[in-house]
Design a protein around this ligand. Structure first.
Ligand code: YSA
Length: 220
């Protein structure tokens, strides 16, 4: 499915267990649309991730759910070799009876092996997103320095490049769309396709995708 790039605060944050004033909002540097409603609020924004589509999909359907949502996202942030102010994400969501963290890990490992081959190293670490519990981020060892790290501008000395956030859908998110969290569980992920293309093809600067230089574009 696809969804709107101009989104409501309600879906981008509130339905994802990120109420107004919650410090987690700082994780998504937001471009707000200059529009005020009758209550004097500024409720419209350029979506900072594809996760609002989790709530939109669940609101309009019943489990079992299996969906991927590709689309453009926007963030008010400084650009560098791995960060753009506009980029794509692909969201995945599975909700059903009996879905476990093992399903999440199995699915994402299978994806990594199919995309990068058997040899590439994969790292899962605990991460915090208010709309999952537990939450993880998944990284692949850096193609530029082969995971060495020091002095590498691509992975900023770490040896790893983060490609997605993921986790088990938070019970509050399920309850918010009218699902019984005692009955249904689910996992979700949001990955960055530009970062994945960079790893796969050894592209050393994300800004090349949008610079419109034909010498770059004609290679693909
Ligand atoms: C987490 C848990 C879920 O259950 C579902 C989705 C998520 C992901 C969450 N919505 C999110 O946006 N996490 S994130 O801020 O870490 O971004 C996810 C991925 O988008 C990153 O791993 C990266 O690949 C890409 N990304 C983020 N900011 C970017 C970017 N790519 C390019 N430029 C940027 N500025």
């Amino acid at each position: 499915m696809e969804g709107p790039e101009v989104e409501w605060d309600h879906y981008n944050f509130e339905m994802l267990n990120i109420p107004k004033g919650h410090p987690a909002r700082d994780m998504w540097n937001t471009l707000w649309v200059d529009y005020q409603n009758e209550a004097g609020e500024q409720p419209m924004l350029l979506r900072t991730h594809t996760s609002p589509m989790q709530a939109r999909v669940m609101e309009n359907s019943k489990p079992p759910i299996r969906v991927v949502v590709p689309g453009k996202c926007y963030r008010y942030e400084a650009t560098d070799a791995t960060h753009e102010w506009h980029f794509y994400q692909v969201e995945g969501l599975a909700v059903d009876e009996g879905i476990t963290f093992a399903d999440l890990k199995g699915t994402l490992y299978a994806f990594a092996r199919r995309m990068f081959g058997e040899d590439r190293k994969v790292r899962f670490r605990c991460d915090y997103f208010p709309f999952v519990e537990p939450g993880v981020d998944m990284s692949i060892d850096c193609f530029a320095c082969d995971g060495e790290g020091s002095g590498c501008r691509i992975c900023r000395d770490s040896g790893w490049i983060e490609i997605m956030g993921a986790g088990m859908v938070h019970p509050k998110v399920l309850a918010g769309v009218g699902y019984d969290p005692e009955k249904y569980t689910g996992f979700a992920f949001g990955l960055g396709p530009e970062r994945i293309a960079m790893l796969k093809y050894g592209i050393d600067d994300i800004r090349l995708f949008y610079a419109n230089d034909l010498r770059f574009l004609r290679q693909f």
